[in-house]
Each structure stands twice: as structure tokens, then as C-alpha cells.
Design a protein around this ligand. Sequence first.
Ligand code: OGA
Ligand code: MN
Length: 247
Amino acid sequence: MKSVSLIIVGIRAAVGSRYFNSRGSVQIAGAAALSWQPHRFEGNCSRYGWMVCSNTAVWDQIANDVEVKENFISKEEEEELLKDVQPALNKLKYECDHWDDAIHGYRETEKSRWTEGSKIILQRVRDVAFPPGIPQLSLVHVLDLDKKGFIKPHVDSVKFCGSTISGLCLLSSSVMRLVSENNKADWADLLLQQRSLYILRGRARYEFTHAILKDEDSFFKGEKVPRDRRISVICRNLPVSEKQNLG
Ligand code: OGA
Ligand code: MN
């Protein structure tokens, strides 16, 4: 499996530019979100315990493009990853605003060196998330949201990220909300339990914004999902253009 680093475009640029192509959608979806009463929503399509959609058409659109694997890692494996990421995170301060206002209460890093134990876990993530041979970012994105932190609706930049986003959820459960870029009334909520892995592909990745709800809004099918500090460990693949550029 060939995996390459995006270090050539600059680490900060790679992270900071994730939202570059989606600023419009961040603002539109963010504004819509303000008028929502998310916990009053009763989605009417939920065939998995971890996903509820606003309607069956949304289900049909994205059910094949979204996976949540509960208990993907054990408590011991979560500990191993946490031990591995904490030293780098501890050097950073929590930031209140992302440069384009997409994230609040966060610190983040891109990590290339992992303990042997973590490498085995990350390889399992890569094996289930990406088809064999597909070029991946070798740097893993580690995002630490504090208890009050949240991620507003956005689409990851198509410039730096390919068709698949896969994230391990450590320390806290949370709700990820997907909203159609074409119709804000079309949405899906994902229950991301602590130690789960989520995978977004295709239409769910390109045609829907994704967001991690703040504690006050963190409800799934009407049930509170308390949000605490949450660390995600995210693997992505390369966009096709990068693959071509890198030969
Ligand atoms: C991001 C993002 C989701 C997560 O960093 O672009 O959407 O699970 N993160 O932290
Ligand atoms: Mn994202």
C-alpha cells in the first residue's frame, strides 16, 4: 500500500485549507443551523442504530456511503492512541476560532510517527476504509475538541482530501450531522459512540456538509448524547489531482 505525505504543500496549509472550497457552504449551513431546533427533529428513516435520516430519499442517497463501526477499538487500544497523541497536543493551546470560523474550541496536529501499537490500529482503519492500492495521506490528522468545542458544517477541501474520510472517535461520544448542500431540509445524524470508527465516502463526503454538534445541541433521535472532550484520529486519501501531481 503506497501512502504519501502532503508535507509538500505545507502542513499548516494542508490543515488550514480543508475548508477552502466550502466557505460558502459553511456560512449558509451555519446560518441555517442557528434557526434549527435539532433535538425536536424526528427523523423518519433509521434502519441502523447509528443513523437517522430526515427522509427515505436521503437514506437511499447516502446509506452506501456512510459507515459507523461501533467498538472498532478496545479500551486498551483507545488508551494506546491517547498516550501517543497527548504529548504533541499538550504543547498546543485550544483555539477559539478556526481561521474561517469552522471550528471552535480545538487544537490539532498532523502526526507521522506512531508507536508500534498505534500503527497496528491505524492499519486496521486504513484496511477497512480504503480499497487496496489507493494513495493515502500518510500524515494522520488528530483533532482535539474541548468539552465546549464543536465543528460547524463544512465540506473538506477537494484540493487536499480525496473521496474518503475515516475517523476514530476517542474520549467522548458525539453526534455528526450531515446536511445536503442541495437542500438543507435533507439531513442525516450519525451517533458516533466513543471508540467507534466512522467512514464518509462519495456523496456523503462531497454532497453533504458534516458537523460535530456542540454539547447543547447534541441529541440523537431525541436522546441527549453528552459531549465531553473528544479527540478524533482521522485518515484521508489523496484527491485524484494530487495523485497525478505526485506521479
Ligand atoms: C475535520 C472534521 C471531524 C471529526 O477536521 O475536517 O470534519 O471527527 N473532523 O473530528
Ligand atoms: Mn471535515
